[in-house]
Design a protein around this ligand. Structure first.
Ligand SMILES: [Zn+2]
Length: 190
């Protein structure tokens, strides 16, 4: 499972499609001309006064500027803003011995491919990920409720480098029977 980076200009829309369903996508967005500024789940939660995003709302950067607007949700509407990207340490803690793909490494590789080595790893916007919070604060680890072809559409509010990692997590149920591919479609390119 891999990640991809695309440059999206201010005003342009893109769509993330869950091709086969039940697949989480870790979404990151960096300001194109200064990658030290990026979409930040914690700053977004403060602005929204809510744990999870809804259409019509914007994701904020760590400098509290809108970077992506959540335009349309053609999915069951579950998107997590609590969980860190999976990384080698997470897989080691789950008992994996040896290499295992991770969203952190997918992000770093995709950004390095555009000349931005060693960027910060922000807490992602976990598209299609269903992590309900119980009354006692317990996190649920549910399977992504998406069906094949479900999608979300976002619009860049700044020139941004958007990175999407199809989460390779296969040691808990979030990706159903196993990880599958996502697609990113740029909607406003001729
Ligand atoms: Zn992941």
């Amino acid at each position: 499972m891999e990640g991809r980076a695309v440059v999206v200009r201010e005003g342009e829309r893109f769509r993330v499609v869950d091709l086969e369903g039940q697949q989480v996508g870790d979404l990151f967005a960096f300001v194109a001309d200064d990658v030290r500024e990026y979409a930040s789940a914690e700053h977004t939660r403060v602005a929204l006064s809510r744990l999870f995003p809804r259409p019509g709302e914007s994701f904020l950067t760590n400098r509290r500027r809108p970077i992506l607007r959540f335009e349309e949700d053609a999915s069951p509407g579950r998107h997590d803003m609590l969980c860190a990207a999976c990384d080698p340490t997470r897989y080691a803690s789950l008992g994996v011995v040896g290499p295992h793909a991770s969203c952190q490494e997918n992000l770093l590789a995709a950004m390095a491919g555009l000349g931005h080595a060693g960027v910060d790893v922000p807490q992602p916007i976990n598209l299609f990920m269903s992590i309900p919070v119980g009354a006692d604060g317990t996190l649920g680890w549910e399977t992504a409720p998406t069906a094949p072809g479900d999608s979300v559409t976002l619009r860049a509010e700044l020139d941004a480098i958007v990175v999407l990692s199809a989460c390779p997590q296969d040691l808990n149920p979030i990706n159903g029977p196993g990880p599958t591919a996502l697609a990113v479609e740029l909607l406003d390119r001729p």
